[in-house]
Design a protein around this ligand. Sequence first.
Ligand code: GLN
Length: 573
Amino acid sequence: MKYVIVSGGVISGIGKGVIASSTGLLFKTRGFKVSAIKIDPYMNIDAGTMSPLEHGEVFVLDDGGEVDLDLGNYERYLNVTLTRENNITTGKIYSHVIERERKGDYLGKTVQVVPHITDAIQDWIERVSKIPVDNSGEEPDICIVELGGTVGDIESAPFVEALRQFQFRVGLENFALIHVSLIPVVNGEQKTKPTQVAVRDLRGLGLSADIVACRCTHKLERATTDKISMFCHVGPDQVIVVHDLSSIYHVPLLLDEQGIVQQLSKKLKLESLTVSSSDVERGATLWNDWRHLTGIHDRMFDSVSIALVGKYTHLKDSYISVIKSLEHSALRCHVKLTINWVEASDLEADASETNRVNFHKAWHQVCSADGILIPGGFGSRGTEGMISAAKWARENKVPYLGICLGLQIAVIEYSRNVLGLKGAHSEELSSEPPENPIVVFMPEVSKTHLGGTMRLGLRPTLFQENTEWSKIRKLYGGVDQVHERHRHRYEINPKYVPDLEKAGLSFVGKDDKGERMEIIELKEHPWFVGTQYHPEYLSRVLDPSKPYLGFVAASAGLLDKIIDGSGYISGEN
Ligand code: GLN
C-alpha cells in the first residue's frame, strides 16, 4: 500500500481537498485503485451535529456515516464508495482509545498521547486504507490521506506526530507528502516567505514535502519556483502551482501537465506495482472522458438559471453536493449554469415590511429563474418563504426540485393551497402542534440523542404501480427500484396520502414497506419532483444524479432529449 499525505500550510480552505482528489484521479487514470481518508482534528465524533453555516455541508455515505464534505469530493472524483471509517476525527480516536482503556486493554500502563493515541491513528489509517472501495472488491493500491487544518495547529499535533512515525512504519518508499501552501501576491510580487515558514514548520516536526503545491492567483514566475525550491529543500520539479482556473475540473489537467504523477511515482516506486491491462485501459478511458467533458465546459454558450432557495446561502459550501450535482447535470446538457442564491426568509411577507429591497430582489431571483430548487434543511427559519416559492413553481409551471425538506415543503404547500387544509404544517416547523400535521416525527428516531440517530444512509425506493408515466422514473431508466442516501427525522404523514393523491399529487416512490413517502411528482407539470432522499450524494461528474439531471434538463427545455437517451447534448452533435 502506498500512502500520499496531503497537508496544508499557511491557511486552510485553499483547495487542499480538490488537490487531494485530483491527484487521486490522476492515479486512477494510470490504472491504480485509489482510496482516500480524511483526518479532521476536531473533538466531534462526526460532522453530523455541526452547523452547515460554520462547517459546510454534512456529507452522507452509503453506510449512514455523516462525514466531512471532502469525502464527497473523493467519491465524486474517484468514483468510489467510502465508509464512515474513512473520516477520522480526534473524537473517534479518543473514544476508541478510552473504550479500550476501560476494557483493560492497556492494563498496568499509563495511557498517553504518545504512543497510545498516535498508535491508534496509525492502526486506523493502515486498516481503513485496505478496505475495498469499488466493485472490483480488491484492496486499493494507493491511499490519499488528507490532514485537515494546517500543520502547526494544536489540534493536529498528534496526527502530525503519528504521520511522522508512520513513514517509518510503512517504509519511506511507500510514503509521499504533498504540502499545499499559499503564495500571496503583494503589490504584484509573488511572496514565498509564508511557504518557506510553513515548510520549515513541517520539517521541524519530522516530515518533509515531496511536492510543494502552491496555490496562487496566477502561474508562478520562474524566480518564485526557484526560490521555493532553494528554501524548501525540494527540486524545482517538485514545486507545483495550482493557480486560479475557470473550473476546478481543470485541476487534474494542470497537475498532470506539471508531472505530479511522475514525481510521486519516483518517490513511491510505483513501477513495482502490478496493474492489469484492463485497469490500464479503464484508466485511459476515464482520462479521455474527463478531458472531453472539461473541454465541453469551455465551449458552452446556452445557459440555465436555477434559483436555490435555502437558509444557509451565506456559505456556499453548505450546499456543495447540490451545486456539484447541478454542475454535473448542466455539463451533460451542455448549458452554462447560473445559480440565483435566494435566502428563503427574504421571500416572506415580514421581509416586505422590514427589508423591502431584499424582499423584491429575492422575488426577482425566483421569478426570473428557469428552475426552482429547495434543498435540505433543518428548523423553521425561512420555511414560509420556501412554501411561497414552491407555490410559484407549481402554479407557473416552472420546473421544481425539492430535496428532503424541499419535498416536505411542497407537500405542505399542496395541502394548504390545493386541498385547502387549514394549518397544514410540519411538526418540526411550527411552534404549536399543527392542526393538520402533514409532516411528522418518525417513530424510531431518538428524541434525546441528536448524533447519528436520523434515518440515514442508503435505502431502497420502490416505484409504485401505474407510474410508468413518471418522468423521474423514466430518467432512472424505467427501473422498479432505486437506492439513494437519506438523512432526515421527519416524514410525510401517511394518513394524508390518499387525499393528496386524489387531489393530483402522486407519491410515485415509497420505501420497501410502502410506509415512507420517498418521491412525489405532479403529472401535469413540466417537472415538479420532490425526493425525501438526497440524490446529490451519489452524483458523479461523468454520471449526473438523475433527479438533478431531469430538473436541469427541464429548466433548460431539454428534458425530452435527455429522456430519449440521446446522451451528451454536445455542441458537436
Ligand atoms: N428537517 C427535515 C427532517 O429532518 C429535513 C431534513 C433534510 O432536509 N435533510 O426530516
